[in-house]
Design a protein around this ligand. Structure first.
Ligand SMILES: [Zn+2]
Length: 448
């Protein structure tokens, strides 16, 4: 060994960050229903699906670094997952595939053109026995597909390079400004970043993971599709044959793709396709640029905080008002009364999980739970680095909207009035943002 080689080995050992030798595997599983099923995401009259615009999917990326630990990100063209679903999927992943909970991130695109699964947003719907049976058959298929896609991604593990960069797409609009004259005073905050992880193997792209902060609500008809995110994934997979394109919903709790069209179905689908095209083009431009190689290792941390709720409506008042209610408000009141009568009261807090994955100094990936508003994305990126931080929402249980202190104080749907729909007795207290921030900071430290 000559002196130069010995010197570079020493430098390699003591001075330079060691690049992880990544293994990565990607897979997808078709979750398009085979029959007419109840559609998710909007309350009111049950919408049974009448056609399929394009297939919907579960997609998984498994990564393994030098340490030998395997981590799996699963994305889904679904509206969300419930606590019950998360528990079943995570238990399977741990017991059958040895993926510990902190190394499993389950994100959904918040698609409003997908079937209802299990008990997600259960207060929204009132099903006939036939509709409920169709929902249950579909749910059973989805559980099996989660299993299948995780196994397939792990089986596909092979040497790869992970690269990261971000683009921009102007589709998201702060939807709180569009709710009548009083809402015009609300701010127009949006996060239009398009973070992208490219998984490269040899000359080809194995997977593209890309995110955006915007409700997938361009559509709301009677079709199955992936909304704008589905169109974007389709376009990318067509452009890069053999590649799995995965959409991650970020902090789009208070953003919609606007304008959108209701009642003119053909034009609405066309517009959703255009939004998808804009997003896909942003991703393609990132892929064509110089992306930063992720050095690893992948350090992970997961924890939970408790978000206190403001007091609910007293039992007497719930009972007094119940006879005047119908539909979803009636189901909400019945739920609260049941909680009083069976559990001695309504729960005073919500359990809130947070996950952090650090891919090395080049990328910190923060996974928040529920319908997180944009302030969380902007806040953590400002604090941790605009170009090295990815803040996703809509992971874990679709437990509620998650307002910042600003949104909570402003009031409106995402801060206050949307809470009953999720079965919570009232809005979060003003501690909500501080509690989430403290947990994120704690986990960032832990995953350092
Ligand atoms: Zn939503």
């Amino acid at each position: 060994m000559n002196a130069m080689v010995r010197l570079s080995m020493l430098l390699g050992c003591f001075c330079m960050p060691a690049n992880a030798a990544w293994l990565a595997g990607a897979a997808k599983a078709d979750i398009t229903p085979a029959e007419s099923v109840p559609l998710a995401g909007y309350g009111g009259k049950t919408r049974m699906s009448q056609r399929v615009d394009h297939a919907i999917w579960l997609k998984a990326l498994a990564v393994r670094d030098d340490s030998g630990a395997t981590s799996v990100l699963v994305t889904a063209d679904l509206v969300g997952l419930s606590d019950k679903m998360i528990a079943i999927i995570a238990k399977n992943a741990a017991e059958k595939h040895h993926i510990p909970r902190e190394r499993l991130i389950l994100n959904t695109s918040h698609n409003h053109s997908c079937p209802v699964t299990e008990d997600v947003l259960w207060l929204y719907y009132e099903f006939t026995p036939e509709e409920a049976a169709a929902k249950d058959r579909y749910t059973a298929m989805v559980y099996a597909k989660y299993d299948e896609v995780i196994v397939a991604a792990i089986a596909a593990l092979a040497p790869a390079e992970l690269r990261f960069d971000q683009g921009l797409a102007g589709v998201a609009v702060n939807r709180r400004r569009s709710r009548g004259p009083e809402s015009r005073a609300f701010g127009g905050q949006v996060d239009q970043d398009v973070p992208v992880i490219a998984v490269k193997a040899g000359d080809g792209l194995k997977a593209i993971v890309f995110g955006y902060s915007c409700h997938t609500t361009a559509l709301g008809g009677l079709s199955i599709n992936g909304d704008y995110a589905g169109f974007a994934q389709l376009e990318l997979e067509k452009a890069f044959p053999g590649c799995v394109a995965m959409f991650v919903q970020n902090c789009g709790g208070d953003a919609n793709p606007l304008p959108r069209i209701r009642g003119r179905d053909v034009e609405a689908v066309e517009l959703a396709g255009m939004y998808g095209h804009i997003l896909a083009e942003a991703v393609r431009q990132v892929l064509a640029g110089t992306m930063t190689s992720l050095s690893g290792p992948l350090k992970v941390a997961m924890g939970e905080t408790e978000l206190p709720l403001q007091p609910g409506i007293p039992l007497e008042e719930l009972k007094q008002r119940l006879p005047n209610l119908t539909g979803m408000p009636r189901r909400e009141f019945e739920h609260f009364i049941r909680q009083h009568e069976t559990a001695g009261g309504t729960p005073d807090h919500v359990r809130y999980p947070v996950q952090v994955w650090r891919f090395g100094p080049e990328l910190t990936y923060i996974a928040l739970t529920g319908e997180t508003v944009v302030d969380y994305s902007l806040k953590f990126k400002a604090a941790q680095g605009w170009n090295t931080t990815w803040v996703s929402g809509y992971n874990n249980d679709l437990l509620s909207y998650v307002p910042s202190l600003r949104v909570l104080k402003e009031g409106g749907y995402e801060g206050v009035t949307g809470m009953f729909e999720y079965g919570h007795r009232g809005p979060y207290t003003e501690a909500v943002e501080d509690l989430i921030t403290a947990k994120v900071m704690e986990l960032l430290e832990k995953a350092r």
